[in-house]
Design a protein around this ligand. Structure first.
Ligand code: SF4
Length: 279
């Protein structure tokens, strides 16, 4: 097997290209957009933060437009998101940037109000392409499971070059964020959909512990085949599934309904298709 770090990057980035979540700020190199999004998404689900982001970026496309407003206007726009201190600190930050420009803070982003290490690294990676990792609990979890080692700040610093490898830090950070949210979640890792399962220490350990029923021809094998195929096509019709799993119609339907119960797929009996459940 290839070097574990190289394997991770190779398969993670191929998966990311096909499966990445689509947000309007993705791909942006504007530090204001990144800072705004990262501030909105602290302690808030990304999908919800994104709704606010669209409103905010429309109204405050740059720090100057926010700096000119009163705090109470910002708080009103922030209403419903909670943690209002974040709004006030963002407002302070917008005033400082409007007054001194980004250049004053580019090397020193965490001197801005409300900008901690995570946000600093996110802005540096996404806006400036710096080789840093925006480390949060989710990213640590993926790395810990995959490498089978305890992962802390020092471990990440020591392995930074091997972790990012020759990848673009923007893609690398976004890819691992998406993997942690869509596949390697805290409570319910979906290893059977994971692009790096073959080299993942946790997955290998689980496989050793489980007393396996013969795999060939088992439901487990069939489920895996269906899910892997759906990852690429999103939708499969019954005929293709029968062919793929070499099952008769009755067995295939029973398998599909169990998978639907497990919230992995949606079965549309009328159209005779199944669709991958998105999370
Ligand atoms: S194989 Fe499972 S535990 Fe390992 S990284 Fe993928 S989802 Fe997480």
């Amino acid at each position: 097997m290839k070097n574990k770090f190289q394997y991770f990057n190779r398969y993670l980035l191929v998966w990311y290209k096909k499966n990445k979540r689509s947000f309007s700020w993705r791909g942006s190199r504007d530090p204001w957009k990144i800072l705004l999004l990262e501030t909105l998404s602290q302690q808030t689900q990304l999908e919800r933060a994104n709704e606010y982001y669209e409103l905010f970026i429309d109204k405050y496309p740059n720090p100057e437009t926010m700096a000119r407003k009163r705090s109470r206007t910002i708080l009103k726009d922030w209403s419903g998101l909670g943690y209002n201190n974040r709004a006030l600190r963002l407002h302070e930050t917008s005033k400082l940037i409007a007054k001194h420009g980004w250049i004053k803070y580019k090397q020193d982003l965490d001197s801005l109000p409300g900008v901690g290490e995570y946000t600093k690294n996110a802005v540096e990676a996404f806006a400036y392409g710096k080789r840093v990792i925006a480390v949060d609990v989710n990213i640590k979890r993926v790395l810990r499971r995959y490498h089978g080692e305890s992962v802390d700040k020092k471990w990440i610093e020591d392995n930074l070059d091997r972790l990012i490898g020759s990848s673009d830090p923007r893609n690398w950070n976004q890819a691992i964020m998406d993997l942690s949210s869509m596949i390697c979640s805290n409570r319910d890792p979906r290893c059977y959909l994971c692009p790096i399962e073959n080299s993942c220490s946790k997955f290998i350990e689980i496989q050793k512990d489980v007393k396996q029923a013969p795999f060939k021809g088992s439901s487990r094998e069939k489920r895996g085949k269906i899910l892997k195929k759906l990852l690429n096509t999103r939708e499969l019709d019954f005929k293709d599934i029968q062919k793929l799993t070499k099952s008769n119609q009755k067995d295939m339907l029973s398998l599909l309904y169990k998978m639907e119960n497990d919230k992995l797929i949606n079965v549309n009996e009328e159209k005779k298709i199944v669709i991958l459940t998105r999370r």
